[in-house]
Design a protein around this ligand. Structure first.
Ligand SMILES: *Cc1c(COP(=O)(O)O)cnc(C)c1O
Length: 394
């Protein structure tokens, strides 16, 4: 049918790629809507009787490719993407819990996770207990005494890389009928999948994208759990944009190269710092001196990119040290190609009661670094020169 130009711009020529002629990189389906040929096919799709896509808040082919990849890497059946890491936490907990339920959470958790549990869900009548992730006796006690819907935890924890005993935690949660939700952002998709965790959450903003230019989140679990949560999560509307999904998919191509390199350099930096008399303590699960090194080795295939440490002389020294670094950008977040540094006291936790704050090891002079993919010698030279600047006699 002939159309005028102002109609044509809204019905542009179709380009169909033959089925035996594929784009090596999947195109970005930057389309909110997907149409079928007729009402009957549309209705069949909406009834779940045929494949396809309808509206991008619910699903989109660019997102689907990333969902399939991430579920497979984490060793689970299904994945649901969101527009940020925190959206996975809020949406999954809102979906799993109802008024009167109880959540077991930990002082060492990411700040917004604690906020969601302690403030947001509390408004809807969801109760919680906050323990230290090291308090295994407390975990057993709470799970035995209090009917619990969800246990939400992280490992390694931020900023002092404590290691959760995942077998202990999941066994006691299972016995008590509680679901385990693990924020696995620090350890990555290639870690912890062999352990019986029910739901994995990831901030794709970190190692997955890797380039500090896009945000996203992933909920990864069995088909059954994802199906149970999908309607709730989608209805809240934390949709990931297809272009962001494409950038994350591209980031994933170098995920293993980056992660492996970051781990090797983090190990070298940890050893260098540990050997320096001006450094009081170093926290890295790969170090034999880490109090849970054996547990980390048993649970993980590598130890991540986050290294924290304290200088002799505390907090003023730590600030001067962080300021003196050249190749470490002073910024929040982690897991990016560039190295980052941050005094840990600026990362939150100020709201914790003193006792839990002390257990979480958030001492005022703690410095947290996220190791990037720069040259190891350059990073080590930079760290040494910053140490010399603050304590030339060391
Ligand atoms: C960054 C982070 C999040 C939140 O992710 P965003 O993508 O920034 O919303 C959640 N958990 C952990 C452990 C994180 O490091």
């Amino acid at each position: 049918m002939r159309m005028k130009r102002n109609t044509r711009v809204n019905h542009p020529p179709q380009v169909n790629v033959p089925p035996d002629n594929r784009a090596l990189v999947a195109p970005i389906y930057q389309s909110v809507k997907f149409s079928f040929d007729d009402v009957q096919q549309t209705e069949r799709h909406l009834r779940g009787e045929r494949e396809g896509f309808f509206y991008s808040r619910t699903s989109n082919p660019t997102l689907r490719q990333l969902e399939l990849l991430l579920a497979e890497l984490q060793g689970r059946e299904a994945c649901l993407l969101t527009g940020s890491g925190v959206a996975t936490i809020a949406a999954s907990l809102l979906s799993l819990c109802r008024s009167g339920d109880h959540i077991l959470a930990f002082a060492e958790s990411y700040g917004p996770t604690r906020y969601i549990v302690q403030h947001l869900l509390a408004k809807y009548g969801v109760a919680h207990t906050l323990l230290s992730i090291e308090d295994t006796a407390g975990i057993e006690r709470v799970l035995t005494a209090t009917p619990t819907r969800v246990v939400i935890f992280e490992s390694p924890t931020n900023p002092v890389t404590k290691i959760a005993d995942i077998e202990h935690l999941t066994a006691h949660a299972k016995a008590a009928g509680a679901l385990t939700v693990m924020d696995n952002t620090f350890a990555g998709f290639h870690n912890h999948g062999h352990l019986p965790v029910d739901i994995f959450l990831h901030s794709l903003t970190k190692f997955a994208s890797g380039h500090s230019d896009v945000m996203g989140g992933a909920i990864i679990a069995s088909k059954q759990l994802i199906a149970q949560m999908t309607k709730d999560v989608v209805s809240i509307g934390p949709t990931l944009d297809p272009h962001a999904a494409f950038l994350i998919q591209r980031g994933m191509r170098t995920y293993f190269l980056r992660y492996e390199r970051q781990c090797v350099t983090a190990m070298a930096i940890s050893r260098m710092l540990e050997a320096d008399a001006r450094v009081a303590r170093v926290f890295y699960p790969g170090l034999a001196s880490h109090p849970q090194h054996a547990l980390a080795k048993q649970q993980m295939s590598d130890f991540g990119a986050v290294v924290s440490f304290e200088l002799n002389g505390g907090y003023g020294e730590s600030d001067r040290f962080a300021n003196a670094l050249k190749f470490f950008s002073m910024a929040a977040s982690l897991g990016s190609a560039e190295s980052l540094v941050m005094p840990a006291r600026l990362l939150g936790g100020l709201d914790l009661p003193a006792a839990l704050r002390a257990t979480a090891w958030m001492t005022p002079g703690l410095v947290r670094m996220s190791i990037g993919i720069e040259d190891e010698e350059d990073l080590i030279a930079d760290l040494k020169s910053a140490l010399n600047e603050i304590a030339p006699t060391g």
